[in-house]
Design a protein around this ligand. Structure first.
Ligand code: TRP
Length: 341
């Protein structure tokens, strides 16, 4: 009896040991795959804030990476952070992203790129839609960036935009330029817009808002003083475009923004660069830097042409007839009215 029990115990122990041995052996082959993970490219992305243009750019970035053979869930890991327009968040998020030691970093919009640039000077950084990389002190020159930073600029065709405004609004004499005083990217474009206005025979007045809180009131004031409102590539204004349009519409004052997405949000018309395309270009550049291309000698990519975009609903609302000549080559958009009224 005793023997039988002993044999059973020994048998059970043997079964257990064999089982564990087989289990361990089977498990073994999964190990080398963790070395394969090293083959993964890690990209850190910091977006300044959420507004339709920047969201489109990020969508484009993912597709640009994909077109370059980098796909999430396969050989790509994206660490994404959104700073929600908060400087201290941008700084902490930059640190977190850098600590993850990515192959390449992407900053979407000037303040995000600046935060990343302040945090590292060894990881390559791609500028995603930075209007004026030289003025924002991110690169030495557009052709030879010189450091660990290069990218894509979204400098808009400002002169053509002002000219388009005067063609659509031949009676206009005075333009009000609306922007946030905190954004380096706007400062550059505002100076250019003033010159372009002068060239087109218009007088211009600048209206700088210190923060989002002053936008509604500023638009009310300027609507009494100008014939149309021009908006540069300003993130603060893009983020509050609905308020701008609502207030301007009350006074029947057209808004000429700098980008397609802001026409979709209720701007009248513009000549602009497609935001998604901007993102695709940024994604492709990030992929090539992750592959070892030198940022210092990679010129900043600049788009040389935009497309005419018109919001017909706004035109109708404001009682403006768009000349046929302009209509012919324009893309018509219908409003993505979210919470109008
Ligand atoms: N160019 C802006 C910057 O440098 C970012 C930006 C891209 C933007 N597309 C936009 C801002 C559209 C307003 C609207 O920060």
């Amino acid at each position: 009896m005793k023997n039988k029990r002993l044999i059973t115990v020994i048998a059970l122990i043997l079964i257990y040991l064999t089982g564990t041995f087989i289990y361990e052996t089977v498990k073994e082959p999964s190990r080398p795959s963790s070395t394969n993970e090293k083959e993964k490219t890690v990209v850190g992305v910091l977006q300044f804030v959420s507004h339709p243009a920047l969201d489109e750019i990020y969508r484009g970035i993912k597709d640009g990476l994909k077109e370059s053979g980098l796909e999430e869930g396969r050989n790509l890991e994206i660490n994404f952070q959104n700073g929600q327009a908060d400087q201290s968040k941008l700084a902490t998020m930059s640190q977190q992203l850098v600590q993850q030691d990515p192959d390449v970093l992407i900053g979407i919009a000037t303040p995000a790129a600046q935060a990343l640039a302040n945090t590292t000077s060894s990881i390559p950084l791609v500028l995603g839609a930075v209007t004026d990389p030289v003025g924002a002190e991110l690169v030495q020159s557009m052709n030879k960036p010189g450091g660990d930073i290069t990218g894509v600029s979204d400098q808009p065709p400002i002169e053509a935009q002002i000219k388009l405004a005067t063609e659509i609004l031949p009676e206009a004499k005075k333009v009000g330029i609306l922007y946030a005083s905190s954004e380096d990217n706007s400062r550059y474009q505002v100076t250019q817009a003033e010159e372009a206005a002068k060239k087109a025979g218009l007088t211009s007045v600048k209206y700088a808002v210190p923060s989002t809180n002053e936008i509604a009131q500023t638009v009310q004031v300027m609507s009494q003083a100008v014939d149309f409102i021009y908006v540069p590539l300003d993130n603060t204004i893009a983020n509050a475009m609905q308020t701008v349009v609502k207030e301007a519409n009350k006074a029947q004052i057209p808004v000429i923004p700098s980008v397609d997405t802001m026409v979709e949000q209720g701007g009248l018309a513009t000549i602009g660069i497609n935001q998604y395309d901007l993102g695709v270009q940024t994604g492709k550049m990030a992929a090539s830097l992750a592959n070892g291309k030198e940022p210092a000698s990679t010129p900043v990519y600049v788009f040389d042409e935009g497309t005419v975009i018109i919001n017909e609903e706004q035109a109708a609302l404001l009682g403006i007839t768009i000349p046929d000549k302009i209509k012919e080559e324009a893309t018509m958009v219908t409003e993505t009215k979210e919470e109008e009224e």
